[in-house]
Design a protein around this ligand. Structure first.
Ligand SMILES: Nc1nc2c(c(=O)[nH]1)N[C@H]1C(S)=C(S)[C@@H](COP(=O)(O)OP(=O)(O)OC[C@H]3O[C@@H](n4cnc5c(=O)[nH]c(N)nc54)[C@H](O)[C@@H]3O)O[C@H]1N2
Ligand SMILES: Nc1nc2c(c(=O)[nH]1)N[C@H]1C(S)=C(S)[C@@H](COP(=O)(O)OP(=O)(O)OC[C@H]3O[C@@H](n4cnc5c(=O)[nH]c(N)nc54)[C@H](O)[C@@H]3O)O[C@H]1N2
Ligand code: SF4
Ligand SMILES: [Mo]
Length: 682
């Protein structure tokens, strides 16, 4: 039998590398890199290559399952769909449509964003939650408040790159950059070869930090002070772009007065980064133009996320690096309205977090436990593992136990799926069509690409949009649908691009953007209330937030005798979040999670490399092996994030994290900073 080779994109992380699915006799036998893909250029990582293991894993959920007193039992699709429709209609009747929550995760394809959105809206609920309070959206809120949108870096023309709390060697995938997982795109090394400066701001000595011309190591959670001190230097030394400030900003005088006392010496006391190094970085960034600043995911998970990122946005704007070659570019965005009905219903958190577009999951935890503003009754989880990834695992578990009805659509028995009443088996990315719309930092702009259907669904797995439509029919809501299956849904979703699924089947990657235009604000202005870059935001003031960016002390700043260490987390290139810790070829590369601990801290506790340790925080305790290394700062321990699903037996770092104190604007929780103590396992 010959092997059919089908171009597609890997959807196992956000990078979406171009790959070739090798199919023999209807079986996915291998996934190989696509050398002709314009951005990933023949890169594949171990996860991508492990796709056949993932698709045919013996633990794949391949039938609808119902929870019974004796565990999960297989049921037919009709039984599953009938039961879901009946229960949801009962709940609506008894408690109201607003008590349904749709929860997602960190989607790598459009389907993963869209599934069950229409159903939830047609039902009458605008309660959408997911991981967004921990991922990218806090940043988006911040950049919107400063200059109307977020940007993508122009690596090809840049002369200075600040990589701020991001670890592209292992992860980093924000669709705009293409700088991820090792060599997927060599944009950073290539820029260095061309003479660009690399500044890394990261408490850990990552591989990237080792390549940096300047490396700053702030104490986790203190970066806002660093950014404000950089503003202080750039303003007091008049290193900013005066024409841009004069013509395109509001609030410069207020900002200048505000940061006047926020000197590098002030920030040194908070961040432990030497004042002279803060000055050097501020001067280098302001004078080596054009420059980019790529902030990583650490900024999202903080009690001061929006104000910290606003300060970073102001650095970009003040130095004249917005929408210029080699700077931070506003990429054209496709408007893709998905909902065909938008009930007037408000989301559960619309009043608490008016600037945040979806519900921060901790609000749902609160509502389940306190019944305020009301008690959610039902939840549909798609492509997410909310029990594992939110701060304060124990509290989340107690909260999810309060639901009357939980439906989880999954590939595997995740910790969240284990709590479900009904589990629906989804098709994997190789068993169904999909699309990714991406913009790339290498100059050629936005493109749409095809996630190709390479094989038929495994077992009884069914494509989610078909399932959603079947449910809508049973609930009398199908009149709201302009599609009834995956193909129809995709065409509806991408119609604003002028491309159809049929086009993509012929040509799996189609660019939809014109060559990049710079300084678009000259014609279009900035999408802020004043139409300028807002260094002072009246809108934020009106909402009761600081109109100027501020440093807010981490809630656990005070030294604590019981929990003297600061804990934070890291991602591994081998896994994605809570996924793949059951895949044999990946476990050969990393077979258990670790805590990285500085030799001084390890010695003081009698901990040697590979020793088992017990880590406790005020929220819980985990057991995990130690890696003794000076990669991490003294006093800071770094835990591998994502382990702890029932199938992997590893430790979940979110047992230790806290949701007590949150970012005032987005409800984000400090999943990257908590106080803890580490002892050797007795
Ligand atoms: N402490 C700490 N917490 C964190 C973070 C951190 O750095 N530290 N990071 C945060 C961030 S940035 C994010 S984005 C979140 C991630 O949060 P999530 O996105 O919720 O985490 P995942 O592990 O990716 O969960 C995805 C689930 O979907 C399932 N799945 C995979 N493919 C499919 C599919 O095709 N169909 C269906 N139906 N299901 C599928 C997987 O089996 C998995 O159980 O975690 C956040 N939490
Ligand atoms: N292999 C793989 N790739 C992934 C993912 C994955 O789970 N696995 N997840 C995807 C997702 S959803 C996301 S959001 C991205 C995240 O990708 P990135 O944004 O690159 O985030 P991380 O890889 O977690 O790296 C964060 C870095 O911030 C540093 N850091 C921690 N605390 C602080 C602090 O207080 N200040 C500063 N300055 N630095 C700090 C850490 O040491 C770490 O090096 O990766 C995506 N790509
Ligand atoms: S980096 Fe790996 S997991 Fe991510 S898209 Fe590429 S091959 Fe897939
Ligand atoms: Mo994320």
């Amino acid at each position: 039998m010959s092997i059919e080779k089908m171009p597609t994109v890997c959807c196992l992380c956000h990078t979406n590398c171009g790959v070739i699915a090798h199919v023999e006799d209807g079986v996915l036998v291998a996934v190989k890199p696509d050398k002709d893909h314009p951005y990933s250029k023949g890169h594949i990582c171990p996860k991508g290559a492990a796709a056949p293991e993932i698709v045919y894993h013996p633990d794949r959920i391949t039938h609808p399952l119902r929870k019974t007193a004796n565990g999960f039992v297989r049921i037919s699709w009709d039984e599953a769909l009938d039961e879901i429709a009946t229960r949801l209609l009962e709940i609506k009747e008894k408690h109201g449509a607003h008590t349904l929550i749709r929860c997602g995760g960190a989607p790598m394809t459009s389907a993963a964003w869209d599934a069950f959105i229409q159903l939830t809206a047609s039902y009458g609920s605008m309660n959408f939650a997911g991981a967004s309070h921990l991922c990218s959206i806090p940043r988006l809120v911040a950049y919107k408040s400063v200059y109307g949108n977020s940007t993508g870096p122009d690596y090809l023309n840049t002369r200075c790159m600040i990589q701020w709390g991001t670890n592209p060697t292992e992860s980093r995938s924000v669709g705009d950059s293409g700088v991820c997982n090792g060599n997927v795109s060599k944009v950073i090394p290539n820029a260095i070869k061309r003479g660009a400066k690399l500044i890394v701001i990261d408490p850990s000595r990552t591989k990237l930090a080792q390549k940096a011309h300047i490396w700053l190591r702030p104490i986790p959670g203190t970066d806002a002070a660093l950014a404000l001190a950089m503003l202080n230097v750039i303003i007091s030394e008049q290193l900013y772009d005066k024409d841009f400030v004069r013509n395109w900003t509001v609030g410069f005088d207020e900002l200048a007065a505000h940061v006047q006392d926020m000197t590098p010496e002030w920030a040194e006391g908070i961040t432990s980064v030497a004042a002279e190094n803060i000055r050097e970085v501020a001067r280098t960034y302001a004078t080596t133009k054009p420059g980019i600043i790529r902030e990583g995911n650490f900024v999202d998970q903080s009690t001061n996320t929006v104000q910290m990122v606003r300060a970073i946005g102001m650095l970009i704007a003040l130095c004249g690096n917005l929408d210029v070659p080699g700077g931070e570019i506003f990429h054209p965005q496709m408007k893709a309205p998905f909902l065909t009905t938008r009930p007037e219903a408000k989301s559960l958190s619309a009043q608490t977090y008016p600037m945040f577009p979806i519900i921060p999951f901790p609000c749902i935890t609160d509502a389940l436990l306190t019944e305020k503003p009301y008690k959610p009754r039902a939840m549909i989880v798609y492509h997410g593992n909310p029990l594992m990834i939110n701060a304060n695992y124990e509290r989340n578990k107690r909260a999810l136990e309060q639901l009357d009805f939980l439906v989880v659509c999954e590939l595997f028995m995740s910790a969240t799926a284990e709590m479900a009443d009904i589990i629906l088996p989804d098709t994997s990315e190789y068993e169904n069509y999909g699309t990714c719309i991406k913009s790339c930092g290498e100059g050629s702009g936005t493109y749409v690409c095809l996630q190709n259907k390479a094989i038929e669904p495994v077992g009884q797995a069914r494509p989610v949009f078909e399932v959603e439509y079947e449910l809508a029919k049973r609930m009398g809501m199908d009149k709201d649908y302009v599609w009834s299956d995956t193909e129809g849904c995709i065409d509806h979703r991408i119609r604003a691009t002028g491309i159809t699924l049929a086009d993509l089947k012929k040509r799996p990657l189609i660019h939809i953007a014109k060559p990049i235009e710079y300084k678009k604000y000259m014609q279009n202005e900035f999408k802020t209330p004043s139409k300028k870059v807002e260094l002072y935001s009246q809108k934020m003031k009106d909402l009761g937030y600081s109109p100027l960016p501020i440093y807010i002390e981490p809630h656990d700043i005070a030294a604590d005798d019981d929990y003297p260490l600061i804990g934070t987390g890291r991602r591994s290139g081998v896994f994605t979040h809570t996924r793949f810790h059951n895949i044999p070829s990946l476990l050969k590369i990393e077979n258990e999670p670790h805590v990285r601990i500085h030799p001084d801290d390890a010695k003081a506790r009698g901990i040697a490399n590979d020793d088992k340790t017990v880590i406790s925080s005020e929220k819980g305790t985990i057991e995990i092996a130690a890696k003794v290394t000076d990669e991490t700062l003294p006093g800071v321990v770094v835990i591998d994030f994502g382990w702890g699903n029932p199938s992997d037996g590893g430790a979940n770092m979110n047992v230790l994290t806290s949701d007590d104190v949150r970012d005032k604007i987005t409800g984000s929780t400090p999943n990257r900073r908590f106080r803890c103590q580490v002892f050797p396992t007795p």
